[in-house]
Ligand binder design. Structure first.
Ligand code: CMP
Length: 285
C-alpha cells in the first residue's frame, strides 16, 4: 500500500468523499475470469452483503488483479487503508498486536473495515503462501457507494415529477420527498395491495412489474386489468384521505416499490408550508 502519513491521509479523505469530485472519477472495468469467486466473496462478507446487488456487481467489475510473494505484509495494523481485497489463491494470516486472529483462504474479502468505516487498519494481514488477489482502491470503492446514492436520488425525483399530483411541487420539495421514500421489496405473487383493504400508502414501482386485478362482481373471479412497470405509480388517493383500495396489486417476479404514507406526506407538506411562510415573511420584513 502507498506509504502515507496519518495527517495526509486524514486531510485526503474529504476529497475522496467530496460529491462534486465524483464526476472526475473514471471507474475502470477489468475483464476477469473470476467473477463468480469475487461476487460470492463480496456477498459472503458480513459488512458488504447488505450492499445493493448493482453495487456488488460494479465493485466486482472494477477489481484489478495483483499478486504477492509468501511472507509479504499485505496490510499493516494502524496504517491508513487504501485497498479492499478478495483472496483468489493462497492463504493469509490476520494478526492484531502480534496475536493471531485467524487465517483466511480463497474466496474471502479482507481489508474492508478501514475503507467502510474510515478508520485505520484494525489488524495486520500477512501472506502465508504466494497469493493472488483482486483489489479495489478506496476512491473507486467510495465512488461506487456514493454514485449509487446520487443516481438513486435523481431517479426518485424523476419518478415523482412524472406523478400528476406532484408535478406542481417545487424542486426542493420533490427532492425532500425523494429523501423520505422508502424501498420495499416483494417476491413473485406477493400482494402489495388487496382490493377492499383500507390504505394509507402510495407506491411507485422502481423495479419489476405489478399486476392490477379486480374482482368480477358477477362471478367473483379475479380479472387482470393491466400490468404496471417501472416508473408507474398507484395508491395516490391514499395520500389525500382514507382510501378503500379498488383493485388488487400483485408482484410479477421480484418487485421494488418506493413508498410514502399519508402521515409522512402530510408532515412534509406542513413543513414545506411553514418554510414557504417563513420565506414570505423574511422577504417582506
Ligand atoms: P481492515 O481493518 O481494513 O484491515 C485489516 C483487516 O483484517 C480488516 O479490515 C478485516 O478485513 C480483517 N480482520 C480484522 N479483524 C478480524 C477478525 N477478528 N477476524 C477476521 N478478519 C479480521
Amino acid at each position: 500500500e502507498p506509504q502515507r502519513t496519518k495527517r495526509q491521509a486524514i486531510s485526503a479523505e474529504p476529497t475522496a468523499l467530496d460529491p462534486s469530485k465524483l464526476t472526475d472519477v473514471t471507474l475502470t472495468s477489468y475483464r476477469k475470469t473470476k467473477d463468480e469467486l469475487i461476487q460470492r466473496a463480496l456477498m459472503d462478507n458480513d459488512f458488504m452483503k447488505h450492499l445493493e446487488h448493482g453495487q456488488i456487481l460494479t465493485i466486482m467489475d472494477c477489481m484489478y488483479p495483483t499478486s504477492l510473494a509468501k511472507g509479504c505484509c499485505v496490510i499493516q495494523e494502524g496504517d491508513d487503508g487504501s485497498t479492499v481485497y478478495v483472496l483468489e489463491e493462497g492463504m493469509v494470516e490476520v494478526t492484531k498486536q502480534g496475536k493471531k486472529l485467524c487465517t483466511i483462504g480463497p474466496g474471502k474479502v479482507f481489508g474492508e473495515l478501514a475503507i467502510l468505516y474510515n478508520c485505520t487498519r484494525t489488524a495486520s494481514v500477512t501472506a502465508l503462501t504466494d497469493i493472488k488477489l483482486w483489489a479495489i482502491d478506496r476512491q473507486g470503492f467510495q465512488t461506487i457507494m456514493m454514485r449509487t446514492g446520487f443516481i438513486k436520488h435523481s431517479q426518485y425525483t424523476d419518478f415523482l415529477r412524472s406523478v400528476p399530483s406532484f408535478q406542481s411541487l417545487p424542486e426542493d420539495i420533490l427532492s425532500k420527498l425523494a429523501d423520505v421514500l422508502e424501498e420495499t421489496h416483494y417476491s413473485d405473487s406477493d400482494y402489495i395491495i388487496r382490493q377492499g383493504a383500507i390504505g394509507d400508502t402510495f407506491f411507485i414501482i422502481s423495479d419489476g412489474q405489478v399486476k392490477v386485478s379486480q374482482q368480477n362482481s358477477v362471478n367473483d373471479e379475479q380479472v387482470t386489468v393491466k400490468t404496471l412497470s417501472k416508473g408507474d405509480w398507484f395508491g395516490e388517493q391514499a395520500l389525500k384521505g382514507e382510501d378503500i383500495r379498488t383493485a388488487s396489486y400483485t408482484a410479477v417476479g421480484d418487485v421494488t416499490c418506493l413508498v410514502i404514507d399519508r402521515d409522512l406526506f402530510a408532515l412534509l407538506c406542513a413543513l414545506c408550508r411553514l418554510q414557504a411562510e417563513a420565506d414570505f415573511f423574511s422577504s417582506v420584513s
